[in-house]
Structure formats: C-alpha cells, structure tokens
Design a protein around this ligand. Structure first.
Ligand SMILES: [Zn+2]
Length: 163
C-alpha cells in the first residue's frame, strides 16, 4: 500500500458493498449528494451510510472530493447524469470488497429525474403531468426539453433534479 493510499485509509475504512465516487472536483461533494438525492436515500434506507471526504490530496487533480456510499449501488442512469456535470468523475461499484469501475457515459436522451426549468412546460403541469424528456446536445453541453425546447446547461442540472 502506498503512502497516499494509507492516508486515505486513515480517513475512512474500505467498504464491503456499495459505491465509491472518486475524482470529484474539490468541494463539490455536496453537489454530487444533491444529484444523487442522498438525503432522500438515507431517509428511505436506514442501513445506508454516506461518508464524504473533502480536500483529499490527488495526483491528477491536486485536491479532490470522494463520496462513499455504504450498502447502496448508485443507479447507472444517475451515474450517467453525474458525468454530465462532472466529466472526470469515477464511479466504482464495490461488491464483496471487489471494486469494479462503471464507465459512465453521457446519454442521448434523459427521461425523468430532471425537471424542466420552464414553468409552463407540459411536464410541469399539475394535472396529468408527463414524464420529462431531454435531448442532450453534447458539444454545447446543453439539455433540450423534448416538449418545449427550453435549454438547460449541464452545469445547472444539480438545481433541477427532481425530488
Ligand atoms: Zn419543457
């Protein structure tokens, strides 16, 4: 074990089962928690615990944040949404101490999970709302609402995740 790994080990033990999200830009762990709705998860799943490490030394980033979620596998679609906001992020699933890296990808279409910022959009109707649907414009780093064409920047996604 290298000195660096030993340092991380001192901060938090390894997990047997769950998800480790690594290479989060420094001080952005809260945004990751918001996108994954970890507060809601913790309320619904009593045995899930979350460790947030901030300002950890990193060879590639200088400093980084890490989020460890014990006993919960983050949904791949949520991991993909996370990669919109943080393209350099690593999502690792841990199963019986074995770590496997999930290759997050920017999806072509995102259904549900993100609210349309346009109040008058049909997806925001109180009566019989439809499931939101966004087309990803990858080069522009924008999402476009399938129903009303409203644009939402990838960076604004954390403010529009549905609860
Ligand atoms: Zn819309």
């Amino acid at each position: 074990m290298s000195k660096r790994e030993a340092g991380e080990e001192m901060l938090v033990r390894k997990i047997e089962q769950g998800t480790v999200i690594d290479h989060i830009p420094d001080w952005k762990a809260e945004t990751v928690a918001k996108v994954l709705r970890l507060d809601k998860l913790a309320r619904m799943q009593a045995d899930v615990s979350v460790a947030i490490l901030q300002n950890v030394k990193s060879q590639s980033l200088g400093r980084k944040d890490i989020v460890k979620i014990d006993r919960w596998q983050v949904d791949e679609r949520d991991a993909d949404i996370l990669s919109l906001v943080f393209p350099g992020i690593s999502v690792n699933y841990v199963n019986e101490w074995k770590v496997s890296k999930y290759q997050a990808r920017v999806p072509d279409v995102i259904e549900g999970r993100i609210r349309c910022p346009e109040v008058s959009c049909i997806s925001n109707a109180e009566r019989e709302p439809v499931v939101t649907k966004f087309i990803t414009l990858k080069r522009e780093r924008l999402l476009q609402c399938h129903y009303c064409d409203t644009l939402l920047g990838f960076d604004a996604v954390p403010d529009h995740v549905s609860g």
